[in-house]
Write a protein that binds this ligand. Sequence first.
Ligand code: DQA
Length: 145
Amino acid sequence: MKILLVNGPNLKALGTREPAIYGHETLDQIVSRVKAAAAATGVALDAVQSDIEGELVAVINAARGVYDGIVINPAAYTHTSVALRDAIAASGVTTVEVHLSNTHKREGFRHASLTAPVCVGQVMGFGGAGYLLALDGLLDVLKTK
Ligand code: DQA
């Protein structure tokens, strides 16, 4: 089983970026935790981060036939990107959306997700631990497929 972890714009700055909202964990620390959890269940996990919408679209398109599932934090593109939504839908790869913060407790423009309707599920509000929950949920869905 192969899983792709995709992180969108500004998530490289985790650790120093608005820690009251996103916590103190760095992206490297989160990725290491998710990789370790995946490895413990015999799952290979690759991770990619980009600030560029077109790069994220290309990565998702290229995942078709290579990865069994995707965990994605589309970050700000969650709320704006029809292109990312279309890429997830077109790839046909089972995808779970994750957010560190509970976006429903925040500004109104963060309440809508263009990408969630093409994902199998969404996890939010648990910081870095949410990535582990997203992986767990994704693997469970893939096992029963
Ligand atoms: C985020 C929430 C988004 O609204 C924001 O633009 C981000 C991070 C989160 O993980 O909480 O960059 O996706």
